[in-house]
Write a new protein. Structure first.
Lengths: 222, 294
């Protein structure tokens, strides 16, 4: 359903909703995955992001998102200088991720406090985004709702258990998606919620001994 | 939101309300937000639009490639043209100003997109200043513009990559014309004709930016798009009716976009981007961006 405010908005730093605002949102979501500003990042740009990214400030927008700036934050323009000043090591490269990847796609490998995450994200137009892969697991994250992501040992009843915890905490689920690379291997779960899940829900999930790590991501758009 | 402007116009006429009131009521129901809350978000959009107009008219901004910037001020200061120092030249200057801010990574409202962000603020704030129209009426006009844009998004497209520039500055011009027609006292039916009379003049417009950047001709397309919107407003308020219904005009814009060669849809493979000078400038300036000290 199209909303009036999707049309008269977003308020954003130019010049391109896909190459600038969308790129910033990808950076913001990836920052959430490692729980704050990454110290190191390898940012690989594909397709139109690689071809016209510099002219559209895609590099600045991605770095700005990793720094925690939102799409309407004028500091995006100076994000590369700020990154250098803060001693952060972000490297940009051009690449081909795959022939059928969306033209505005990037792969980010980020590191913070010993945690590493590798993410593939695309900017779909009008500032909408989709993360399609996290650490090799296929996902589908849009950043339009508060989201819980976790890695758990593959075991029976895990989905029901987590849904039960969220129900106890009065968190309403919008979508839930489970993916694994191999049978019996770790499972990657993404749970989009109608309201922010809160620290106690997160702590209860983290407390499960078969949950290896969990992150809650704020919504970044929509 | 409505998927047909004819439906929205019928509802508005039947209830004796404006299109903006009709759209705000439906948006409130769809999104579970109060009308006041939605108008608050539109008020913030209007503030950002005004800020971008003012910032651009300072004249010192340059885009990443250096190809655009400073032209809004040239128009604002000129007395050489046949329309200098009129509403018309003021609207052109405002459209250029917002797009110069956009190209220089300043803050704008993507309405409907960043590439077409100059038209709506130019036409609405230019007319509001010229006619002494207060902010509440301009905020209502933004709601009408949002309604028109939502119908275009639903029936056709608002993306240059999908539908060419007719879907960006063309749609923006239709939105601005309809919104301003209501703001100046036109009936819902006249708003529909203003959209048609404006968009008929943008059908087939290609998206051909040099180097794929939102700079050239985008900045100037916002100015000429604003001029077309003023023409549509003038004709609709004079009582001209356009024989093809507005939803059909929007549908055919979508159809033309789908049939448009990919070279003319934001890929820099055709149009001005592919002229000998377009190619040369894009190459030189992109190299310059890459090697420029930050």
């Amino acid at each position: 359903m199209v909303s009036l405010l999707d049309i008269i908005g977003p308020v954003m730093v130019g010049p391109s909703s896909s190459h600038t605002a969308g790129a910033c949102r990808i950076g913001l979501l990836v920052r959430g995955l490692v729980g704050g500003t990454p110290e190191k990042a390898r940012i690989e740009l594909h397709g139109s992001f690689a071809r016209t990214g510099e002219g559209h400030g895609t590099d600045k927008a991605l770095a700005g998102g990793l720094l925690g700036f939102r799409p309407d934050d004028e500091r995006l323009r100076d994000a590369l200088d700020i990154m250098e000043r803060e001693g952060l090591d972000y490297q940009f490269e051009k690449t081909t991720i795959s022939d059928d990847a969306h033209p505005n796609t990037c792969r980010l490998t980020v590191e913070r406090a010993g945690q590493i995450a590798t993410v593939i994200g695309s900017s779909l137009g009008a500032g909408r985004i989709r993360l399609s892969e996290i650490d090799g697991y296929p996902v589908e994250l849009t950043g339009t709702l508060p989201t819980i992501v976790l890695v758990a040992a593959d075991q029976k009843g895990s989905v029901a258990r987590i849904a039960g915890i969220l129900a106890e905490q009065s968190v309403n689920l919008a979508t839930m998606r489970l993916s694994r690379i191999e049978r019996g291997g770790d499972a990657f779960m993404t749970i989009e919620c109608d309201e922010p899940p809160g620290d106690s829900a997160r702590a209860a999930i983290e407390h499960l001994d078969w949950v290896k790590w969990v992150r809650t991501l704020d919504k970044v758009g929509g | 939101m409505y998927k047909s402007l004819a439906d929205a116009i019928r509802d508005a006429e039947a209830s004796g309300r404006t299109l903006s009131a009709t759209a705000l009521a439906l948006e409130s129901k769809d999104q579970g937000r109060t009308v006041e809350d939605i108008r608050g978000a539109l008020r913030r959009a209007l503030e950002v639009m005004r800020g971008a107009v003012e910032r651009g008219l300072e004249g010192d901004l340059r885009s990443a490639s250096g190809l655009v910037g400073g032209d809004a001020l040239l128009v604002a200061r000129s007395s050489a043209g046949p329309m200098s120092n009129t509403l018309f030249s003021d609207v052109l200057a405002r459209a250029l100003a917002v797009q110069e801010v956009n190209a220089a990574m300043g803050v704008i409202v993507a309405a409907p997109t960043a590439g077409g962000a100059g038209v709506l603020p130019a036409v609405l704030t230019g007319l509001a200043r010229n006619r002494g129209i207060g902010d509440e009426a301009v905020i209502d006009a933004l709601a009408t513009a949002g309604l028109i844009g939502a119908v275009v998004a639903e029936r056709a497209s608002l993306s240059g990559a999908e539908g060419g520039c007719q879907a960006e500055t063309g749609a923006a011009a239709g939105m601005a014309a309809g919104a301003a027609t209501e703001m100046l006292g036109g009936t819902p039916t006249q708003v529909g004709h203003a959209v048609s009379l404006t968009m008929q003049g943008t059908l087939g417009l290609v998206c051909d930016p040099l180097g794929g950047l939102v700079e050239l001709p985008c900045v100037f397309r916002n100015a000429t798009g604003s001029a077309l919107a003023l023409a549509g407003i003038e004709m609709a308020l004079a009582g001209i009716t356009f024989a093809i219904p507005v939803d059909e005009v929007i549908d055919v814009m979508g159809e033309i976009g789908r049939n448009m060669d990919v070279r003319y849809r934001e890929t820099a493979g055709g149009g001005l981007a592919a002229t000998p000078t377009g190619r040369r400038l894009a190459k030189e300036r992109l190299v310059q961006i890459r090697t420029a000290p930050r």
